[in-house]
Design a binder for this molecule. Structure first.
Ligand code: ADP
Length: 743
């Protein structure tokens, strides 16, 4: 008999659950399984067989862009009782299901595990009581279980991210950005309360991403008793230094040292008394769970769903259940109960006021982010220590603008000033450096840059050559520049690499230089994510969602062209996140016979009821088979059956305010680049490097390795990790016979 598996979503809903359901259903079908959705979580499993419905390829078409969960979720009291679980077991047995994928938080996964442990007992009881036949009992002797964590709080230990967290951060940054602009207009103070009972992730990352003034999280209460006075003094100092708005972000589970909850009205009252002005409160509440999933959550849900089915197939009866996580940007399988236990240990530590332990159970990046935040929010830097040597560090942008460049510059400048160094801003990229457009930056000069798209310092694509090098050498000498941070894309890397080669001719180039990857193309070596790529991906996803909606009533195929130069990252990830049925990449090449077969698939699909086709094409996928060519070809061949429209997304991909992920990464990377440069300066060395995150580790590569790591002709790294996701993309993109809505 074909193996039958069930999928359900349980507990609090989270954006990206639909992507996971879609991915589970389609991967399971591809593997020859029968797959049933159990509607309304455990409640549907307890209620009766009517909630257990067979899914086919098209049942999950057109859902990837929807928030919430289309198969419903619930909190189910009955499932907490043995009687309830007994009924649930009976309903599963009747449906012939003995494999379960549960998407939920630690509560749901605990419940599912209890159910799995009791399974054998429940089955024999049901068989003895004649409620199921001996044959039915024999067919499903054990229950295999795989969990996926759907939780906006990011409170699950062992995985770097949970499904829904990134979208919730999007909602928080959108809201706080909006509040900041009105707060700044009226010089007001706001307290914004965000979700997170035992986990301050959303509050901390939200605060870091929006440049808020203060954050209160459960794991690390204010370390002084009179924190209200300290907070008020901090906000006053900020105003005095020129800030027009004051924003405090509060996690719902924040407490003081004594374990007493700090409510938004406590903060409001304390500040009103001390500042003598009205303080407004905004409780974001369920807005954070709402709205469309971000690109990251769609991709994460998709990858986790795919991995869950593979894991379920490899589990042997009586194996411990596992939960799928993402560690260091790769899928990982974790022991479910151990992970649940570790997760609950944080809550227990917070409850027991053992805050050191609570913090120690959080990841290293969480702790680093907290320290960085504390420095960034100071109203003014620490006073300069006259005994310490002050270095002069220049910060600049280079290449095409990329969202998050300002965030990185702000972080480097503030962190450098805080340590007493002279921070210089170079305007207009290398053109500005050639012209000597160098300015000393102060603390408030970069206020507001955390959230601003584009490049406030200015950036150009000019690559210095010949006489330009003399000019640069001169500027470095005249301004006594000790080290250089270049935030940018290919132009930045190539230029710094060239400057190193010219060192024998220009001794003033013997200063440490570091490149921070900022390019929407994500085509830089040594880095899996460059700053700006996540924002661009979200812009693509937003645009494609709208394009899809515009076509509901017609039979139409869109060919969407995205940026990336010769790097197909945006095209492939955009394709996965929007449910495109075909992605054209330069890395794979495009052949006429591919196009022919694509036309045939489109014709078949539209002839049997399909209404929308979506193809995503990288801008340089093929120089001859251009977007225009492909549209004409499809149009001609599809003549009476469907029409074709091109959508060239163009520069909207380079614009926009940076996404939370880009802001957080930009801040982290800039801090580390600054440390690298200062370390070199202190040691009197001048090594140069580029930074990037690879396999989850942030590390530096020697700049001299640049040409060894790249494919110079096509300006991309020799190794591109994301190409490994092509298989998932093409599996999920196969269109079903009645795939009406596309995706
Ligand atoms: P989350 O999964 O988001 O943490 P809950 O803690 O509310 O949400 O759990 C969701 C559902 O999972 C509960 O309503 C209940 O049906 C089931 N559940 C949770 N804990 C247990 C348990 N210890 N035993 C059995 N079922 C449980």
């Amino acid at each position: 008999m074909t193996k039958r598996i069930g999928i359900l979503t349980s507990g609090g809903d989270a954006q990206g659950m639909n992507a996971a359901v879609r991915s589970v259903v389609r991967t399971a079908l591809d593997r020859g399984l029968e797959v049933y959705a159990i509607y309304e979580g455990f409640q549907g499993m307890v209620d009766d067989g009517n909630f257990i419905r067979k899914m086919d390829w098209d049942s999950v078409g057109g859902i990837i862009q929807l928030g919430g969960t289309i198969i419903g979720t619930a909190r189910c009291e009955a499932f907490r009782t043995r009687q309830g679980r007994r009924t649930a077991a009976k309903n599963l047995i009747k449906a012939g299901i003995d494999g379960l994928i549960v998407i939920g938080g630690d509560g749901s996964l605990t419940g599912a595990n209890v159910f799995r442990q009791e399974w054998r007992e429940l089955i024999s009881e049901l068989a003895e009581g004649g409620e199921i036949t001996a044959k039915e009992a024999a067919a499903c002797p054990s229950l295999s279980l795989v969990g996926l964590v759907g939780s906006i709080d990011n409170d699950f230990t062992g995985t770097d991210m949970t499904i829904g967290t990134d979208s919730a951060l999007h909602r928080i940054t959108e809201a706080v950005d909006a509040i900041t602009s009105t707060a700044a207009s009226h010089q007001r103070t706001f307290v914004v309360k965000v979700m997170g009972r035992n986990c301050g992730y959303l509050a901390l990352m939200g605060a870091l991403a929006t440049g808020a003034d203060w954050v209160l999280i459960p794991e690390s209460p204010p370390d002084v008793e009179n924190w209200q006075d300290v907070l008020a003094e901090r906000l006053k100092a900020g105003r005095k230094a020129g800030r027009r708005d004051s924003i405090v972000i509060l996690a719902e589970g924040a407490r003081d040292r004594d374990g007493k909850y700090i409510g938004s009205s406590d903060v409001q009252r304390a500040l009103e008394e001390r500042l003598g002005e009205e303080v407004r409160v905004t409780v974001l509440g369920h807005v954070q769970r709402g709205g469309r999933p971000s690109a990251y959550d769609r991709i994460l849900g998709t990858m986790m769903g795919y991995e869950a089915v593979n894991a379920l197939l490899s589990i042997k009866p009586d194996d411990e259940p596992i939960v799928i996580g993402i560690r260091n940007n790769r899928m990982t399988r974790l022991p479910l109960m151990e992970s649940v236990k570790n997760t609950q240990a944080v809550a227990e530590a917070v409850e027991a006021r053992d805050f050191e332990r609570a913090m120690s159970l959080r990841s290293g990046s969480f702790k680093d982010a907290f320290l960085t935040f504390k420095t960034m929010v100071r109203a003014l830097p620490h006073p300069v220590d006259p005994t310490k040597k002050r270095f002069r560090i220049a910060v600049m942008h280079a290449g095409a603008p990329s969202p998050g460049m300002n965030t990185a510059a702000r972080a480097a400048i503030r962190l450098g000033l805080d340590q007493g160094h002279v921070m210089l801003g170079v305007h207009n990229g290398f053109e500005g450096l050639i012209e000597g457009e160098v300015e000393a930056m102060d603390w408030m000069r970069v206020s507001g840059w955390a959230t601003r798209g584009g490049s406030t310092l200015g950036t150009t694509r000019r690559i210095p050559k010949g006489r330009d090098l003399y000019a640069i050498a001169r500027v470095i000498e005249d301004h006594h520049i000790d080290a250089l941070l270049v935030i940018g894309g290919w132009t930045a890397y190539e230029t710094v690499f060239n400057l190193l080669k010219e060192r024998p001719n220009f001794p003033s180039f013997n200063i440490p230089m570091v490149c921070l990857p900022a390019s929407i193309n994500n085509n830089l070596p040594g880095s899996e994510f460059s700053i700006g790529a996540d924002t661009a991906l979200n812009s693509i996803v937003d645009a494609v969602d709208k394009i899809k909606q515009s076509a509901v009533a017609t039979r139409r195929c869109f060919v969407v062209e995205v940026m990336g130069h010769y790097c197909g990252y945006l095209a492939l990830m955009g394709g996965i996140a929007t449910g495109a049925e075909r992605v054209y990449l330069h890395e794979e090449g495009v052949k006429l016979r591919d196009l022919q077969s694509d036309v045939e698939k489109l014709l078949d699909g539209f002839n049997s009821g399909k209404r929308l086709g979506l193809m995503i094409r990288n801008e340089y996928a093929n120089p001859v088979y251009t977007t225009e060519f492909m549209c004409s070809l499809f149009e001609e061949e599809g003549r009476d059956v469907f029409d074709v429209r091109p959508a060239i997304l163009g520069h909207l991909q380079q614009g926009g305010d940076p996404s939370p992920f880009d802001r957080i990464q930009a801040t982290r990377l800039a801090g580390m680049c600054l440390d690298y440069l200062l370390d070199q300066c202190q040691k009197g060395e001048h090594n140069s490097a580029f930074i990037g995150m690879q396999n989850g580790q942030i590390r530096f590569h020697d700049m001299r390795d640049f040409d060894r790591m790249i494919d110079a002709e096509f300006q991309r790294p020799k190794e591109q990790w994301w190409l490994g996701l092509k298989g998932i993309a093409s599996l999920l993109a196969k269109s079903g016979p009645n795939d009406e809505q596309g995706g």
